[in-house]
Design a protein. Structure first.
Length: 256
């Protein structure tokens, strides 16, 4: 078996000492395609943010082995992105080339050519000068996928990437996800459409604040597990304090 790309060991993530994710352990294997599924409020997005490094675990460890932060491509929920910011489609996509240019470096001709290619690859050729605020929800999501294509990350984290977009855009973007998987990249996606999970994602992490199941989708997404996940989410005590050590710790282990 290949070495896990990302290993979670007894991870708890809390907001103001109230746990949103509680004692989760397991591993995302390198090159796997995994859905994080579960009821609303189950901690799915919180767990994804902890994996990408936006949130620190209150306890437990997230071991990313030889991966570095620049190896991660992250797509947050659309609601978290301010589309009123005055930026063009081209400039948005070029943010995906930051690891090649550096925070204050310029972009090469090759970077700009690749940006055009990625925009065409998502079906938006010729949209370079459009303001992102003028785009439909589906068009904007295509732009964000183009940015990920340009970034060329080894690990791709997607938070509800197909929410509030049309069926054609969903199919096109899902094809890109499957190509990433075919290329051997590790892809983790928070999803709420269980049929979509069953149809396209070989592995599933079923979460209801606590881990319900993690493994092959056909085993994890069983009727019994889904009933258990719903019951766990509904019975969760929002006022409960996390099981925190006296000195909370978080662990990120990039390559030397």
């Amino acid at each position: 078996m290949s070495r896990p790309a990302i290993h979670l060991d007894n991870v708890t993530v809390a907001y103001e000492r109230h746990p949103a994710v509680h004692h989760v352990s397991g591993a995302f294997q390198a090159g796997s395609l995994t859905a994080i599924a579960g009821p609303n409020g189950a901690g799915k997005s919180t767990l994804l943010k902890a994996i990408v490094g936006e949130l620190k675990p209150a306890s437990g460890t997230i071991d990313c082995g030889a991966l570095q932060r620049s190896d991660f491509g992250y797509l947050p929920q659309a609601a978290e992105i301010n589309r009123r910011f005055p930026i063009s489609v081209a400039d948005t996509i070029m943010l995906g080339a930051w690891k090649n240019s550096g925070a204050f470096g310029g972009f090469s001709r090759d970077d700009m050519e690749r940006a055009k290619e990625t925009l065409a690859a998502v079906g938006l050729g010729g949209f370079e000068r459009r303001h992102i605020g003028s785009l439909s929800a589906g068009q904007f999501q295509r732009v964000l996928f183009a940015r990920l294509l340009l970034q060329d990350a080894r690990v791709i984290l997607l938070d509800e990437p197909f929410t509030a977009i049309d069926q054609r855009t969903t199919r096109d973007l899902l094809d890109i996800v499957l190509r990433w998987h075919g290329d051997g990249r590790t892809v983790i996606a928070v999803l709420h459409d269980f049929e979509q999970v069953r149809a396209h994602f070989p592995e599933t992490l079923l979460l209801a604040r606590e881990l319900v199941g993690w493994g092959r989708t056909q085993d994890v997404m069983s009727p019994a597990n889904l009933v258990a996940a719903r019951a766990m989410a509904e019975s969760w005590d929002e006022s409960a304090e996390a099981c925190l050590p006296e000195q909370p710790r978080a662990k990120w282990e990039p390559a030397e």
